[in-house]
Design a protein around this ligand. Structure first.
Ligand code: ZN
Length: 329
């Protein structure tokens, strides 16, 4: 499946992935020239050990960057302090190293970028794209459900700037629709008012919302391609909207199917996903490649992990990734 041509949506011109050039020359990750303008990234949260679902996302984003001769950045999304687990970051890096991932540049952390988030919020405030909201969860309990399952904001504080309590969040005022073409999932359409609602960019406790942080981080790092799990597909509209408000370019998006267990639940700490078996990284990598529609040839069975990478980089093609939001791992 070829990506559909991008069309301007909401005045935003969506970038397109350059078609892969035919190249059958195997190249080692270390030998890949970083000549293209492609910048990808993997951004795990340090909430526990890496499980198979996160590994699949890492593999997909890594291969897409390396296939394009691009850079692959590693960022630790540690904004939600309450969920962070001590030494989880070290554990994630150890596993990635064991699997032979090679990231470009230093590992960055969202907790180091708080001044940048504050600055961006200040710009949104100056342009009146955000408003203070002191609605309690109880006040919103009767409102409709948004696409991501959260309560759709009823707009109570939207035009009542005087109603400020000691604790208040900042919400982005939404309007219009967002359209974009996901490189795997195809054409996407989101009506911001009816499906998303005015969304929080800074919580009442001062924590910046994931949506704002990600948009600022991706922009600051020059990320051109966001390859991540389809559980974040419903966040993309909000992120493209914020990019538009802040005058940032919108990267290309590709959402990989999410690995689910037999009960249909996303693998996570909450669903007690098993940590990755490090005894045989080549076999686990083979499983991740198969999940992503790239089963490795039989002659690679038992081969070292570097050979699997060599084959996978030469053969990676987003069009072969299953167009599904989730699949059993
Ligand atoms: Zn409110």
């Amino acid at each position: 499946m070829q990506p559909e041509p991008s069309v301007p949506a909401n005045g935003i011109i969506l970038p397109r992935l350059a078609p892969p050039t035919p190249d059958t020359t195997p190249c080692m990750p270390t030998a890949t020239p970083r000549s293209s303008t492609y910048v990808g990234r993997f951004a795990p949260s340090p909430t526990g050990p890496l499980h198979f679902g996160s590994l699949v996302t890492a593999v997909g984003s890594y291969l897409d960057a390396r296939r394009a001769g691009g850079r692959w950045l590693l960022r630790i999304d540690d904004l939600d302090r309450a969920r962070n687990v001590a030494r989880a970051t070290e554990g994630i890096l150890e596993i990635l190293e064991k699997f032979g991932f090679e990231w470009d540049g230093v590992v960055t952390r969202q907790s180091d970028s708080l001044p940048r988030y504050a600055e961006s919020l200040e710009r949104l405030r100056a342009m009146r794209h955000v408003f203070p909201c002191s609605c309690s969860r109880r006040e919103m309990a009767d409102s409709a459900l948004a696409r991501d399952g959260a309560r759709l904001y009823p707009g109570s504080c939207r035009d009542r700037p005087g109603r400020i309590q000691p604790a208040y969040a900042w919400r982005a005022r939404v309007a219009g629709t967002i359209e974009f073409t996901d490189l795997i999932q195809g054409r996407q359409h989101e009506d911001l008012e009816s499906e998303v609602g005015d969304f929080v960019v800074q919580r009442a406790d001062g924590q910046f919302a994931y949506q704002l942080a990600v948009v600022v981080d991706d922009h600051d790092a020059g990320v051109t391609h966001v390859i991540r799990g389809a559980d974040l597909l419903c966040s993309t509209g909000r992120q493209i909207y914020l990019q538009g408000l802040l005058g940032f370019e919108t990267p290309a998006y590709a959402h990989l199917p999410v690995v689910v267990n037999e009960a249909g639940e996303k693998l996570s700490k909450q669903t007690h996903a098993a940590a990755i078996d490090l005894a045989n990284p080549a076999r686990t990598l083979g499983n991740a490649l198969r999940f992503l529609g790239h089963p490795s040839p039989a002659e690679l069975t038992g081969a070292p992990v570097a050979h699997a990478w060599q084959w996978a980089i030469a053969n990676w093609n987003l069009a072969r990734v299953p167009r599904a939001l989730q699949a059993a791992g």
